[in-house]
Design a protein around this ligand. Structure first.
Ligand code: CA
Length: 239
């Protein structure tokens, strides 16, 4: 991606965390980086803030005392695509996947470093702000161009022969560039609801897609285009 954008000045972050100390530390850190911060100590208060203020991004702890963090995500996703970054405990693997499945963009695992958190915030905000395609529905990432209208993928101007499933996988990953796409999401959008749980399909087709992209690109940049998020799914960042 050639797009380069700084953090929107004064972006508003809604920090949803029931642990007082963690919440205070996060808020202090984020304010120090120039963000405006709103705080919520549980899910209901998070939704009230959401309704009243429409923050630019949401940092969401999944273990909340009242309603499930995943419920908060569902509610917000009915109305908006505002980036949601999950604060996840080391042992919340299943919850984390459920949250990503429901449309959260990314996660950081506690305890996390402030630099890591900042980097994730910047990526999520950039993604939310930025057009990643031109008016014709063409997406460009480094040497790769996906033309949705023509149903074509090319690398350095040479067409790559993809199966319809491979094309769809790439299209979905590029539509969520920077964010994690879970195996469940890929199954739903590429294969359909009936294929729930058939993770092996995703694995096989992503491997094949990776091989084709790597073979098409002598520079080697595309070999690492599709990054595996262990136990969760995949994501494309800029090569
Ligand atoms: Ca908690």
């Amino acid at each position: 991606m050639t797009m380069r954008r700084e953090t929107p000045p004064g972006a508003t972050v809604l920090v949803v965390e029931d642990d007082v100390e963690t919440r205070a530390a996060l808020s202090r850190e984020l304010r120090g980086r120039g963000y405006r911060v709103e705080e919520a100590e549980d899910g209901r208060s998070a939704l009230r803030h959401w309704d009243a203020r429409r923050p630019d991004i949401i940092l969401l702890d999944l273990g909340l005392p009242d309603i499930d963090g995943v419920e908060v995500i569902k509610r917000i996703r009915r109305e908006a695509t505002t980036p949601i970054l999950i604060l996840s405990g080391r042992y919340d693997e299943r919850e984390k996947v459920a949250a990503l499945d429901r449309g959260a963009d990314d996660y950081v695992t506690k305890p996390f470093g402030v630099e890591e958190l900042n980097a994730r915030l910047r990526v999520a905000l950039r993604r939310a702000a930025g057009p990643t395609r031109d008016g014709s529905g063409r997406v460009t990432v480094g040497p790769l161009v996906l033309d949705a209208a023509a149903h074509e993928v090319s690398v350095n101007g040479t067409r790559v022969d993809l199966t319809p499933r491979e094309f769809e996988i790439l299209r979905v990953l590029l539509a969520h560039i920077g964010a994690i796409v879970t195996k469940g999401q890929l199954l739903r959008s590429v294969w359909g609801e009936a294929y729930r749980g058939e993770d092996a399909y995703v694995y096989v087709h992503v491997s094949q897609l990776r091989r084709k992209l790597a073979a098409a690109d002598a520079s080697g940049a595309l070999a690492k285009l599709i990054v595996t998020e262990p136990g969760v799914g995949y994501r494309i960042t800029s090569p």
